[in-house]
Structures are given as structure tokens and as C-alpha cells.
Write a protein of this length. Sequence first.
Length: 301
Amino acid sequence: MPGRPMVSVEPLAERDIITTARTRTEQVLAQIFDRAPVAGELDAAMRYGVLGGGKRLRPVLVYAAGRALSAEDGVLDAPAAAIELIHAYSLIHDDLPAMDDDDMRRGRPTVHRVYNEAMAILTGDALQSLAFEVLAEARPPRLGAMVRVLANASGREGMAAGQALDLSAVGGRLDVDALATMHGYKTGALIRAAVRLGALAAVDEDDPRVAALDAYATAIGLAFQIQDDILDVAGDAATLGKATGADAARAKPTYPALLGLEGARAKAHGLLDEALDALVPLGEQAFPLADLARHMIDRDH
């Protein structure tokens, strides 16, 4: 049945969207992994890579955007889970020695450190395909558009392109515009996809409110990455759950490196203002999205 709920839980609170949507996301993901394992170590690595905590920001955005357009929580479960599975796969691959070579993620050893590099590659591959399986099985409204949005955000028009640009930029120097382009693919694409998936659970793509949400998502996507750059310089490793100073050690271009810490903070807050302005046409229903935008800039991890 299209749009069937994946879990049986209480509806999300109106304003406490971060806590309640995170809880619902954890329940949806746990249900997905309740299936009988097929390949023991692969299944264990998939669970380790997904169920080990995290901010769950992207699924929270799916729920918040959907509710802003009056979508039911049950219709949002599958796209919320799917985008978190894509995000988890991307982190596992980003952490590999051939990419960022990170030993810690979310306060514990990365997947390739616990298992091995080959298993980490397979784990990411399996999570990516599982995301589309979850979405297809749930058959939410506008499924075809949702699949396209998720695929575009993941591949050569999204994260994969951003990671390629990031690797090419190591040791070089990008200007602010080029850095924004890179982050728009690597980080912003999946954040924009999360907001659009939530919107598509409620309305068609030509609804003018979708354009307003796109503008919001574009602004917060870049602001989120700028805050990540700031935390890599000024954050606490224990709070972040990973080492700080990694960007500088790898000679990666960042906003603090180009603009200084205060300049980067000012840029992030300017983008926050843009995001809040974009939400005005949605009225009070967009208040949780505004709360999320502020949280993304004020966070310490």
C-alpha cells in the first residue's frame, strides 16, 4: 500500500523536531536491520556503520520539510531512512585510506578499522543499494521523482562529484566561489535532497513552496559545511567524535583558511539569514525548519 508507515510510534512533536525525528529515525532504521542476516560479516558491518549513532540531520530534515507541507509521518519514514543509508555509505567510503583515511567516526573506530578495507567498500556498496530498496518497497507518492532526487544527490551530480573535486583540491588553493561549488556537491547535495524528499511526500515538484524549500536547503547546506570547517579548527575532538585539525593536516581548502575564523562565522550566519528568509512563504508550519537551521549553525559537533 503506498505510503504505509514503517513503524508504529507517536506522531512527531510540532517544535521538538530534532529529538522526536531522531527517535523515529532510529526506530525505522532498527526495523530495517531486523531482517535475518544473509552474509554474516557484511550484515554486521552494515549495522555497525548505520546504527552507531550520529546526528541524523538528513532524516530530520525529511520529516521537518514534509510536515511543513502537511505530509503524514508514515509517508516520510522510507525517504528519511533511505537518505540516512546513503549518508552512512558515503561516510564509510570517505573514511577509507584511499579517501580521507580516518580512524574515528562518531566516537568509535571507523568501519575499515573494525573490519577491513574490502569489507568497508562492500558495506558502503550494500547500504547504497539498500537505500533504493527501502524507498521502492514503501512506494511513497511520487516515487519516481524521489528516486531521481536521491540518485542525483549521490552520484556525479552530487556527492561523488564533490568528493572528486575535494580530492583534486588537496594541496592546491581554491577561491571562495570554487570552494562553495565543491561543498555544494559534496555536502549540500544530500541536504537539498533531504528537504526535497520531504516536500515530494506531500506535493508535486512544481508547487511554489518546493522552490522556497530548495532555497532554504541550498543556504543551510553550505552553512552546515562552513560550521564543519570551523569545528575542525576550533572544536573539541571528544565532542566531535573524531580528530580535529584534519583539514589543515591534509592541506585541504576550507572557509576558515580562506576567510579566517570570524569571516567564516559571519558567512555562516549570513547564510542562516538567507535560509530563514526563504521560509517566510511557508508561515508557522516552517518554524521547525527554522529551528533546525539555527541548530546547524550553533552546534558543537
